[in-house]
Each structure stands twice: as structure tokens, then as C-alpha cells.
Design a protein around this ligand. Structure first.
Ligand SMILES: NC(=O)c1ccc[n+]([C@@H]2O[C@H](COP(=O)([O-])OP(=O)(O)OC[C@H]3O[C@@H](n4cnc5c(N)ncnc54)[C@H](O)[C@@H]3O)[C@@H](O)[C@H]2O)c1
Length: 256
């Protein structure tokens, strides 16, 4: 980062939030960390402020968005739940975050969507486009597809730059065969977030969150278009998962 940049990070106590916090100097000069579970206190000299609260709390979101340059919205349920929970937190929370960004003139928002928003799309002969239309494979995926639609609406209606990341599997290392295709390394997640925050005037974008895996079958075009150049490849973990069982037919790895 060159210019001074204040970032709001929701879900900052979670896995991806922690990855981002540990590489904060690559994406911001300071950050306001929001989570329903209190993120760990600031280390000496660490340029962060801690806020414990919900992404459904408009007053809290106003307080953190005031004077901020961008929001990275990671907070919410990261897997399937009963619909009332997903509706309130994933969809309602995304709506509140976008509304607070709009009210406070924060023009850039990066939102964690998921491959499960398009989880029932099938593998074809060509790499799957970043912006393939939603086809969720779970209620969780429905909550992500609805969040993407909210983002597109706010971008078009209010001229906001909003990048939705269709994240594959972001862990320290792949945890099964499928993740040899879908893995997003922590370092590539930070690179992707940095590109999403700095690419000039993206408008509304959908971008796969996936590393440069030899077995990937999701397009690299959307990432390249915003200046995301992944450097990691899950193949170096292939010996952990020997053999080549048939890979899942569907994006999200589930079956019908
Ligand atoms: N890690 C992955 O592989 C992956 C893949 C696809 C999408 N995603 C998405 O990325 C985001 C982050 O995922 P993660 O892996 O870090 O999950 P995580 O569960 O580790 O982190 C999510 C964080 O959100 C917080 N949270 C939950 N409800 C909240 C609320 N009402 N208000 C504020 N914070 C709340 C949780 O306390 C948690 O710290 C999620 O939106 C998830 O759906 C992650």
C-alpha cells in the first residue's frame, strides 16, 4: 500500500480475517476489526482498533465506516445453517454493511461470497467463468447468491465499486482431494483482497478466489482482469491425497 488507507474488516476474528490481519500492511495502513466474537487485542504498535458486535448492527457499522476508505466484509456464517440464521446474518448483515458503506460514502467494498453460490454448476470442457449465473447447492449458497445480488444492486444504483469473491477453499493447506482443485492459499487470499481493493474502478465484479492450482477448472480471467496473480499451487500437497478419484461434477462438490 502506498497511500494511507483505513480498512474495515468484518468477521475479523475468523480464519480469513486472521489471515488478512496478519498481512495488514499489504492491504491497508490501519484497520477497524469487527466481529461478534471479540478479535484478539491489538499487539503493541499494531494499527488496529477492535469492535465487538454484529454486522446486523447499523449503529456499529456507521461508527466503523465513518471516514474509512474501504470495507472487506467477511463476517457471517461460513457454512450451512437454518435459513432464519442465514437470512438474518448473511443476507441481512450484507445489506447492513452495504447500506452503511453507502451512507458513509465508502466507495469500495470487497465481499466474501462462495463457490456454493454457484455450487450446482457442472464441470464443462472450458474453465468456468467467474460470473456464471448463480445456482446454489445449499441454503448457505442461496445466502451468498442473495448477497451477490445486493452487491450488484448497490454498485449499479449508487456507483459503488464492489468485488465479490467466489472463494473456493481457503485454508493453510488443502484438506482433501477436492481442495487440490479449489484451494485458495492464505497468501493468495491476501493478494486477491489487495487487487480487489486497488484495481481502478471495477464497478461490480465476481471473481473466483482460487490459487494457481494445476487442477483448477475455474477461470483465471476475472482475477487477471483486476490484477490478481496467484502464486501458490495446491499440487505441492498432492502426495497427501494420492490417487486420482473422479473429481466432483459440481462446483460445490455436493451431489444432487
Ligand atoms: N474459508 C473458506 O474456505 C471460505 C470459502 C468460501 C467462502 N468463505 C466466506 O468467507 C468468509 C470468512 O470465512 P472464514 O473461513 O474466515 O469463516 P469463519 O467462520 O472462520 O469466520 C467468520 C467470522 O464471522 C463472524 N461472525 C459470525 N456472525 C457474525 C455477526 N453477526 N457479526 C459479525 N461477525 C460475525 C464469526 O464470529 C467469525 O469470526 C465467510 O463469509 C465465508 O462464508 C470462506
Amino acid at each position: 500500500m502506498t497511500a494511507s488507507r483505513t480498512l474495515v474488516i468484518t468477521g475479523a476474528a475468523g480464519r480469513l480475517g486472521t489471515y488478512l490481519r496478519s498481512s495488514l500492511n499489504e492491504v491497508a495502513t490501519k484497520a477497524r476489526l469487527v466481529d461478534i466474537v471479540a478479535p484478539p487485542e491489538a499487539l503493541p504498535g499494531e494499527p488496529v482498533e477492535i469492535y465487538q458486535g454484529s454486522v446486523t448492527d447499523a449503529d456499529l457499522l456507521d461508527a466503523v465506516c465513518r471516514g474509512a476508505d474501504a470495507v472487506v466484509h467477511l463476517g457471517g456464517f461460513a457454512g450451512d445453517r437454518p435459513w432464519p440464521d442465514l437470512s438474518e446474518v448473511n443476507v441481512g448483515g450484507t445489506s447492513e454493511v452495504l447500506e452503511a458503506a453507502r451512507r458513509n460514502d465508502v466507495k469500495r467494498v470487497v465481499v466474501a461470497s462462495s463457490n456454493h453460490a454457484v455450487g450446482f454448476r457442472v464441470r464443462g470442457p472450458q474453465p468456468l467463468a467467474d460470473d456464471v449465473a448463480p445456482l446454489p447447492d445449499s441454503l448457505y449458497g442461496v445466502s451468498k447468491a442473495a448477497s451477490e445480488a445486493l452487491c450488484q444492486f448497490y454498485s449499479v444504483k449508487f456507483s459503488m465499486d464492489i468485488v465479490c469473491l467466489r472463494i473456493g477453499s481457503c485454508f493453510d493447506a488443502p484438506q482433501n482431494h477436492r481442495m487440490l482443485s479449489t484451494w485458495l492459499s492464505p497468501a493468495d487470499f491476501v493478494r486477491l483482497t489487495s487487487a480487489s481493493l486497488t484495481t481502478p474502478r471495477p464497478g461490480f465484479r465476481l471473481v473466483w478466489g482460487v490459487s494457481a492450482n494445476a487442477r483448477r477448472w475455474w477461470s483465471a480471467a476475472g482475477g487477471e482482469a483486476i490484477g490478481f496473480h496467484p502464486e501458490d499451487n495446491a499440487e505441492r500437497f498432492a502426495e497427501l491425497y494420492p490417487g486420482r478419484p473422479p473429481e466432483p461434477e459440481y462446483v460445490g462438490g455436493a451431489t444432487i
